[in-house]
Ligand binder design. Sequence first.
Ligand SMILES: Nc1nc2c(c(=O)[nH]1)N[C@H]1C(S)=C(S)[C@@H](COP(=O)(O)OP(=O)(O)OC[C@H]3O[C@@H](n4cnc5c(=O)[nH]c(N)nc54)[C@H](O)[C@@H]3O)O[C@H]1N2
Ligand SMILES: Nc1nc2c(c(=O)[nH]1)N[C@H]1C(S)=C(S)[C@@H](COP(=O)(O)OP(=O)(O)OC[C@H]3O[C@@H](n4cnc5c(=O)[nH]c(N)nc54)[C@H](O)[C@@H]3O)O[C@H]1N2
Ligand SMILES: [Mo]
Length: 861
Amino acid sequence: MGKIKRFTNGTTGGPVFVDVDVEAGKILRMYPMELTEEDAPSWEIEARGKTFTPPRKTTITPVTAAWKSQIYSPKRLLYPMKRVDFDPDGERNEENRGSSGYERISWDEALDIVSKEIIRIKRDYGPGAILSTASSHHLWGNVGYRFSTLFRFMNLAGFTYADHNPDSWEGWHWGGMHNWGFSWRLGNPEQYDLLEDGLQNTEMIVFWSADPETNNGIYSAFESTPRRFWLKELGVKMIFIDPYYNHSARLYADKWFSPRIGTDAALAASIAYVWITEGLYDKEYVATRTHGFERWSEYILGIEDGIPKDPKWGENETGIPAREIKALARDWAAQKTMLGAGGLGGWGGACRATTGNEWARMMICLIAMQGMGKPGINIWSTTQGAPCDEGFFFPGYAEGGIACDTGNSAAGYEFAYRMFANSRPVTNPVNSPQGQHIPRLRIPEAILEGKLEWRGKGFCGANVEAQFQKYEYPAPGYSKIQMYYRYGGSFIGTMTETARYAKMYRTKNLPFAVNQSIWFEGEARFADIILPACTNFERWDISEFANCSGYIPHTYSQCNHRVITLQKKCIEPLGESKSDYEIFSELSKRLGLWEMYTDGGKTDLDWVKQHFYATDLPKGITWEEFFEKGYYIVPNKPKTAKSTPAMRWFAEDREIDTPDWGPMPHEQVKRKGLQTGSGKLEFVSTSLTRFDPDDMERHPVTRYIESWEGHHSAHAAKYPLQAVAPHPRFSFHTMGDCKESHLNELRDHRVLKEDGYRYWIWRLNPKDAAARGIKQHDLIKVYNDRGAVICAAQLTERVPPGTCHTYESCADYQPIGEPGNSPDRAGCINHLNSKRFMTKNSCGMAANSYLVEVEKWEEMK
Ligand SMILES: Nc1nc2c(c(=O)[nH]1)N[C@H]1C(S)=C(S)[C@@H](COP(=O)(O)OP(=O)(O)OC[C@H]3O[C@@H](n4cnc5c(=O)[nH]c(N)nc54)[C@H](O)[C@@H]3O)O[C@H]1N2
Ligand SMILES: Nc1nc2c(c(=O)[nH]1)N[C@H]1C(S)=C(S)[C@@H](COP(=O)(O)OP(=O)(O)OC[C@H]3O[C@@H](n4cnc5c(=O)[nH]c(N)nc54)[C@H](O)[C@@H]3O)O[C@H]1N2
Ligand SMILES: [Mo]
């Protein structure tokens, strides 16, 4: 073994130290960071006679622990490739995509083909005929991020962006935003200083569709685990409401409720019924801090429709006994209770379901009735709100990086101004709200049918009204798509009714498809040209632990320390792979855009340095020290600084005193109040009343709406099992899955069968299994009218009879016959959910639950 040097880097599951054998150019291991005496001290919280302080090290997730195996994966794309029967100057054989094989070509050949196609299409059809999009997540690093490197290139070249739906937020975005605003947080509430508030004041936490031990909020590894143990130590009761007995429930639950899928809003309505009829709510708060309570009570009490939403009614809908609903309601109202609605204080698979917007709205109504913002009472899942200094500026990955496309990042304004004081950012009219757009959930229809209409441009963070704006494809004057430049390849595992995405590639309507990916999996298998990218361990970058600001301000408050890392290039790119930045630089050369793209020849390290100087880092550390040491711990606010718990200002009817970004001054009166029409928490939404008071799928009066894919649905007789499919425990969406990574060894991730395949796991109750003759680890076909997936059965009482559980985000796609028209045995269970938008007037996904039938699958010979 040669000389070993310790590098620093970052991942979606925590920052790491990386030991590299520098002579061999090989990564040996990576592990969490241990902080030293020289690093800034950790916070301390005094609560109920105790002092709490976090461990002085970072944590990592399973996907990070398995990173090395992904870097050296046999599935890595090491050379540019061309589909064997694709000839740009002759037969393109589009219908063979996904079936024909690939041949290795040189970088010159690959880049020449791609750049010639870009030039041809721009000339003949205009830049809007080039469609591009990345997936939601990216390997870690602000400079290499999709908002940065990809957007800088695409904005220069010109393109139509396939807008992302607000996947993580759906119900909060399309529903919750109408009850309390928070558009700049995409419908989720602020979370400042809630850890201290929780430790000092909270007596009970209701985790409703939340599993922080699995999801870790987001990107923050196991930073919040000690907090939950402290809360338990202080005697805080923990209740879990989840169809699945999730992993946090397994560790902490005092009581678990498993409502029938799609009926959470009914459970909430009956809790409200108990509170109203027994007078168990904060009457003064409701009278002064909320809007529409009386009208809403008419709905809850049945004055509106003759159906009182009493616990008996609740039992019929949810399957939870009426006496348990009553007990929960009374216990909740009797104590200072935090509502952990989703894993980040907001989110939760329930918000990505057919009734997601009403669930989120109901959560807001419940916490409004109990006095949100008063000590110990809030929406909080224990994952955000640790003490930190929000005054120290370091941007998140969604603030634009080297593109500084202010239109497509929620916070580019602050960073772009600092980053580009002496050089130019790039924006592109096609990718502006007036340009051409396609929701990524409708890419197949755009290609196959060529015509679309919908409301809302994906993320509508700018204001509430943006949701109502109508869009059409093709936009007036624009051409239809001629080329799809796909960056990453996960959609068959992660979007909805995903056989559509395979079918879409196999048509002449799409003359050219490029895929820029790291691994040969998923959609890469459908491209004409494949461009191999490298991982962030093979290039330079800079980032902060769990900071996705641009989407959500100050998310680093999930972590116990603010850790900013220089992501050092640890090894040379494997094979002939190149960094995404280098690939785009090379393409820019051929398009005559190199000067502009690279800003006169900057390397990725030059950009990292420019980024460093655009932040507050120079106030704490010099570039030279940072370059050597590789990380910086941001000191906390002085101990004497007053804490400003989220929404306390609102509860006390004061001016906002938290570091939050919004609401914009014109949406508030004298910096008091929320973004809603009334400035208050709304049971009846003023914005929905203004927009479409008769929309029964998203009515102004918050209510329970029967699921369009639930026990009341017509097809429930044919497909009697209700499945819940939330985020995978071990992988981070497709990251970490397949690739022959070490995660595959985990028996709760995939099951190895005799045929050498590792199958995706489908969990079902032993009773449902017995009724179908299914035994542990049998291969089963899970199916409905939308498709079929072959999985390995896991029999478990963590789901009640009638309910099944699996995870989403299989990385690969392995149809056993014709792609798009045959069962998949890789595990793309999103074949089975519906492409229908959550409601007719929104463009959100209801990906998380669906109806299926299951039968034993005879192993293929
Ligand atoms: N059933 C169900 N479905 C869901 C959800 C659910 O709750 N239930 N949740 C939804 C949510 S919240 C989300 S966020 C989405 C996530 O769904 P996706 O965003 O589709 O999934 P990711 O795994 O994040 O996809 C990342 C892709 O980008 C590629 N990639 C990553 N880094 C790089 C890079 O540096 N360079 C290049 N060239 N490529 C890179 C990866 O290889 C991968 O193909 O899934 C949604 N789907
Ligand atoms: N390990 C890991 N962590 C992740 C991710 C990952 O892929 N893997 N993804 C990250 C991303 S992009 C996001 S957006 C967040 C998401 O974070 P969350 O949205 O909080 O996580 P989910 O796993 O979708 O859902 C949490 C729990 O809700 C339950 N649930 C689902 N549907 C319902 C329902 O209808 N009612 C009730 N009561 N409960 C329900 C699920 O069983 C699950 O246990 O997680 C992040 N963290
Ligand atoms: Mo997400």
